[in-house]
Structures are given as C-alpha cells and as structure tokens.
Design a protein around this ligand. Structure first.
Ligand code: C2E
Ligand code: CA
Ligand code: CA
Length: 620
C-alpha cells in the first residue's frame, strides 16, 4: 500500500487522532476508548495490507501463466522484471536482463526515426502499440506485436513502463508463404498471371526511347492428349522442363505461366526483329523433350505483339495477345500470329453471340437465376443462397456464365446484365417472403465492370427499396481481381459505405493468387470463399491441404468467415471440418437449381417436418 493510500483510509485518520488523544485525555475511560480506536484503526490497516498482498500474489500468478511476454521497466527503460513467457520467447532469463536497457533487445532493423516516433507517442499518449523486431538470445531476429504503457505516480510522473508482447514470427512466415503462393506458379516456380500483369506494367513504365517490348503467349499444341497418354505426373514434369527451357532462352526477359499449358514471355529490346525472335522461340521449343523413357517434340501456337506499337497498357496488351493466340489456334497447329488491329474484339466470331445476348437482355425471358444453397457443416442447415446467372439460348440451349459473362464484360453489356441480376434476386426474395419461406441471405456475384461504372450502389439501393428488402439480406461476392483493379478507384471507402448500409461482402475465388495478405487486412470483408480449385484434390493433395489450412488459420486471425466452394465428396467435407471450416457449398449438398426447385425443397421439408437430407460429417 502506498503512503498516500494509507491516509485515504478514514479509520487510519481516526486512529491517529485517537493516538494523540491518548496522551492528552485526562479521563482513563476516555483514554481507553481512544486506545480501542487506535487498535481498530491498526487492525483495519493490517487487513487492507494483507488483502493487497493477496491481490498482488494473484496478479503475479496470472503473469506467470500468461502466454504473452511481459516486461516491466523503470522510467529509464531499464528492465526490472519479466515473466516466464518473456524467457520462453526471447531466451533471456530475468537475471540476465535485469537492469539492462530494453532497447538493447531490439534488432537493428528500425531506424532512428522509428524510435523517435515510438518515444514521442509513448510520452504524449502514454501508450504505444505495434510491430517491432527484436533479437533472441540465440541471435536470430523475430517480429513481435508489442503493447506498452507508461505508468505514472500520483504526480503524473512516469515511474515505469509495462510492456506485453506476442511473437508473431509464425504468423509472418505464413503471410510470406501465402504471398509467395499468391504470386508464384506452384508447379514451375515462375511468376503467375497476377505477377505477370505487374511485371508487364513495370517493364512498360521503364521503356526508354528507342526500346520496345516483344511479348508472346505460347500454348503447347495438344497438351491434353500428351497429358492423357503420359499421365498427370509426367505431364507436370514436361511442363516444368518446358518452363525451364523457356526461361533459359529468354534470359534477362520475363517468363511466366498463365495457367495450364500457356506461358508468357516478354523481352525489352532495341532490335526491330519481332518475327525472328518468335521464330527463335519456336525453334528452341521444337527441340525434343525427354520425359520418362520417351522423347517427344512439341508443337506450339504463339500469339504475339509488340509495345508500344500495339498498345501501352498491360490490360489491352494481354487482351491483344489472347486474341492473336486465339486466331493462331484457329489456323491449326504450330502457327504464330502477331496481333493485327483486324483481330480486335469487334471482329471476333463471338459477335453473333453478343448480339443475341443483347436481345436476351431486352426480351428478359431467356435469362434466369439459379440458386445454390450454402450449408453449415455442423448440422447441414442452410445458411444462405448464391444466385447464379443462367442463359437459355433459343438455339444453343443453356450457355454457361463462364462463357457469356466475359463476353458481356468486353462488349459493354455487363452493366445492364448486372442490374438485371440485382433486380431479379431482390424480387425473388420478396416473392419468397410473401410465400412465407425462410428469410435467408442471398449472395450475388458482382463483376469488375459494375464496380468501375459506379452505378452499383444506385442499382442496389433502388432494387432494395422497391421490394422493401433489408441490405443485410443481400450479400455481394467480389473476386480478388476486382478488389485489386485500379480502374475501380479506391475501393476501400466504397466497400465501407456498402457495408455501412448493411451489405455483407465476400471475396470470391479466394486463393487464386491475387491479393497480398497485408492488403486484405485493410478491406472491410465478412467472408472469404475458398476457390474450388483448392478443394478439388482434398484430402489427398498435401500442397492444397496446406494452403487450405493456412487460409483457414489466417481467416480466423482476421475474424473472417470462410465458405469452401465446390465440395463434392465426403472426404473433402471431413477434411474441411477438421481444419476448422464451418460453411460449405457444393454438389455434395446441392447443385444450383431454379427458384421453383428450392421452393419444392422447402415445402417438402415443412410437410415432412424432418431435417433436410444432407451429408453429416462422419467424424465429430
Ligand atoms: P462462382 O462465383 O465461383 O460460382 C460458383 C460456380 O461453381 C458455379 O458455376 C457453380 O455451379 C459451380 N459449383 C458449385 N458447386 C460445385 C461443385 O461442387 N463442383 C463443381 N465442379 N462446381 C460447382 P456457374 O454457375 O457455371 O458459374 C460460373 C461463374 O460465372 C461463377 O463462378 C461466377 O464467376 C460467374 N457468374 C455466375 N453468375 C453470375 C452473375 O450473376 N454475375 C456475375 N458477375 N458473374 C456470375
Ligand atoms: Ca461466386
Ligand atoms: Ca467462386
């Protein structure tokens, strides 16, 4: 008990007065009363002291148990006491660090400006929190999350600093792993599509006068047949060899894998010999490959272009490379095609489809939304629905959204198409409410184009108001590429505004390798949807299992829900449940189905009064 506290206690004052009174009071009975007062005062003080001691003992126990490292320093930042977690994390015992300036434990990673800000904040605000690198006794450096608070005496002067910290090196390593996964093709170790966009942009930016970029997409002819005849393992090996050979040939340039059997190469050059360069590539790749006991030659189709002549923007150049490759492939095997303006999107054979899509939008009756249920693994309960767009073409029958959505995006139809989806989904929710069906959140997919054009917010608000539906019931799924597309402007405030209105926001196809974790942390998100490509080979594939595990752990750390997509087997479900995933979507539970089929299921459930037939995790 500090002296100031002793005198805060009224009984102690009474005892002191009584003590003085003892000397002056003439009457023995009064003196006796005073002595009793002194005794009572002292007793109360003693009780108070022992209570405080007990309290301090318990606090000590808590510190001993804490998983966080704790350090207490004096006003000069010299260590006075540490707890066992401190020793566990740093390797130093209390005896080794007592009296040492805590700043001596910092790794030499921070500059003086960092420490200046650190002390300024601590002096002005009385506390500091952040990431700081320290050195362990064993010599290695590690990042910790440090919270530090200045303790003052009754005059407001700082007497001590109390700091608590967690070792975040494991978390950091995982973040780095995920970032690497995000930018690197796991099979070949080459840059992936996302990274290639960045690399192309940076090469374009650094072009000097007289320099050009030659670039080519290379696609192996008939790779699927090779893969089928050799088996996937040898197919993978062939891709790796192909990648290595390409990388050696374009030394100093950029080589990456766009996916499957498609590779991209870029070189910066002052020569004007595009056609020769392509021929050189072709010859080099035409040399035989040895796989297993076989030797084989591969044919390649090449789409190419040259910057700045054919474009100055990586998005445009990618599109032009792809249309050149598309044309090359239509001309048969082993063909190279340089981009020509005549190959531009407006001349594509898809134009007929585009114009019938335009008609479909106007007529309205060829478009439909299917719904796929999302389930809680624990009990199979339906927790939401994803709306998926369907187009019944009068001649071609059902056209997959995977085919017509990219077309709509390229030909200016995505805005109206997206608005049609919003209106239809909200109108359907209103119809279900009228029919007395359960009010479940419906998630819709939002295309990048809807974000750029900026009408999304208005379309959502109008539809919701018209049908009197709460925004909380309409979730938005955005892919990682949308979030990172600069054309969408600063996406964070827009997402925040949508979330403030009540919408929930999910990142779709997560893990396909776009975003860095540090970026994700700043986004207002509610959910991640784990891409079905990662679920497909579970539980057998160790790499996918590791990625899924890491994503789940990271999502937990960020407080995000996770929905695993494309769950088709009980084995996948069991794995996911064990890895801590709570929500799933996939054929194992239900395929996307028309609204009427969803209604029929609800009606059957209501009349049978039984839970829906859903798989139940075999372990629990
Ligand atoms: P997505 O958003 O990733 O949608 C999930 C896709 O996975 C759907 O394909 C669904 O049918 C399929 N799927 C669900 N469970 C399983 C499963 O267990 N196994 C397998 N193999 N597949 C499963 P769908 O309907 O063909 O849609 C393809 C993509 O088209 C969607 O991918 C989404 O990106 C896009 N899309 C669909 N509707 C819309 C829409 O209204 N607006 C926008 N912008 N995009 C849409
Ligand atoms: Ca989706
Ligand atoms: Ca998805």
């Amino acid at each position: 008990m500090r002296p100031s506290h002793v005198f805060n206690h009224p009984l102690v004052w009474a005892a002191l007065v009584a003590l003085i009174a003892c000397i002056w009071l003439p009457d023995p009975s009064l003196r006796l009363a005073a002595v009793v007062m002194v005794m009572v005062g002292l007793g109360s003080h003693w009780r108070r002291c022992s209570q405080d001691q007990e309290h301090a003992g318990l606090m000590q126990q808590a510190l001993m148990l804490s998983e966080e490292g704790v350090q207490i320093t004096d006003a000069d930042y010299r260590i006075q006491a540490v707890n066992p977690a401190f020793t566990r994390i740093t390797g130093y015992t209390e005896d080794e660090v007592r009296g040492l300036n805590a700043a001596n434990l910092a790794a030499a990673r921070h500059d003086t400006a960092f420490f200046k800000r650190f002390w300024q904040t601590l002096q002005n605000k009385g506390r500091w929190e952040g990431e700081i690198w320290n050195r362990r006794k064993q010599g290695d450096e590690f990042p910790e999350w440090l919270r530090i608070k200045a303790v003052t005496n009754h005059r407001g002067r700082i007497t001590h600093y109390v700091g608590t910290f967690t070792d975040i090196s494991v978390h950091k390593a995982r973040e780095q792993d995920l970032r690497r996964i995000g930018f690197e093709d796991p099979l070949t170790g080459l840059p992936n599509r996302r990274r290639l966009h960045d690399l192309m942009t940076s090469r374009l930016r650094h072009l000097r006068a007289g320099e050009s970029l030659d670039m080519a997409i290379i696609d192996i002819d008939g790779f699927k047949a090779v893969n089928d005849s050799l088996g996937v393992e040898h197919g993978d090996r062939l891709l790796t060899r192909f990648a290595q050979r390409l990388a050696r040939h374009v030394a100093g340039g950029v080589v990456g894998r766009l996916g499957g059997d498609e590779f991209l190469v870029i070189r910066t050059t002052t020569f004007d010999d595009h056609e020769n360069w392509i021929e050189g590539l072709r010859q080099h790749l035409g040399e035989p490959f040895e796989v297993g006991s076989k030797t084989m030659r591969l044919g390649v189709s090449i789409g190419s272009c040259r910057a700045p002549e054919d474009g100055k923007d990586s998005g445009v150049l990618f599109q032009r490379l792809e249309s050149a490759l598309y044309t090359a492939k239509r001309h048969g095997r082993n063909v190279s095609q340089r981009f020509r303006p005549a190959l531009d999107v407006s001349n594509e054979p898809h134009m007929a489809l585009v114009s019938s899509l335009r008609d479909a939008l106007a007529a309205g009756n060829q478009l439909e939304l299917f719904y796929q249920t999302q389930h809680r693994i624990r009990d199979g309960a339906v927790v939401g629905l994803e709306a998926l767009l369907r187009w019944r073409h009068p001649e071609h029958g059902m056209v997959s959204p995977g085919d017509f959505i990219p077309l709509a995006e390229r030909h200016g139809l995505m805005g109206p198409l997206g608005n049609w989806v919003i209106n239809e989904a909200v109108a359907q929710m209103a119809r279900w409410r009228e029919q007395g069906f359960p009010e479940l959140p419906v998630w819709i997919n939002i295309s990048a184009i809807q974000m750029f054009q900026g009408e999304l917010e208005t379309a959502l608000a109008t539809a919701l108001a018209r049908h009197d539906i709460q925004p909380a019931l309409l979730g938005l799924e955005l892919t990682e590429s949308v979030l990172l597309d600069e054309r969408a402007g600063d996406i964070v405030p827009r997402l925040e505004a949508l979330q403030a209105k009540g919408h929930r926001i999910a990142i779709d196809d997560f893990g396909m390798g776009y975003s860095s974790l540090s970026y994700l942390k700043h986004l207002p998100l509610d959910k991640l949807k784990l891409d079905r490509a990662f679920i497909h080979s579970l539980p057998g594939d160790a790499a996918d299992a590791a990625i899924v595990g890491a994503v789940l752990a990271m999502a937990r750390g960020l407080g995000l829900g996770v929905v695993a997509e494309g769950v088709e087997t009980q084995g996948q479900l069991d794995f996911l449940q064990q890895a801590g995933c709570e929500l799933v979507q996939g054929f194992l539970y239900a395929r996307p189905a028309p609204a009427a089929a969803i209604e029929a299921r609800w009606q059957a459930m209501a009349s049978a009064q039984t839970p829906p037939l859903v798989p139940v995790p075999s372990t629990s």
